[in-house]
Design a protein. Structure first.
Length: 66
């Protein structure tokens, strides 16, 4: 899997994942907060399957020269 998530995108995904999980555990979201696992994992791993399908890349080290 090539890395396609980088920089600010990575940190926003991690923050959103943690917030959603916290709202699920301690707040009003309940089990819906488990959806926070997706942005958390994609931020930590640095790969987003949806980005691969759509051809997006925010990782500056792996951008192809066009």
């Amino acid at each position: 899997m090539t890395k396609n998530v980088g920089g600010m995108d990575k940190w926003l995904r991690i923050a959103a994942g943690v917030i959603l999980l916290a709202l699920g555990l301690f707040g009003p979201l309940g089990w819906w907060g488990a959806i926070g696992i997706v942005p958390l994992v994609t931020g930590l791993v640095g790969t987003c399957p949806a980005y691969s399908l759509l051809g997006f890349n925010t990782c500056p080290l792996h951008r192809s020269a066009a």
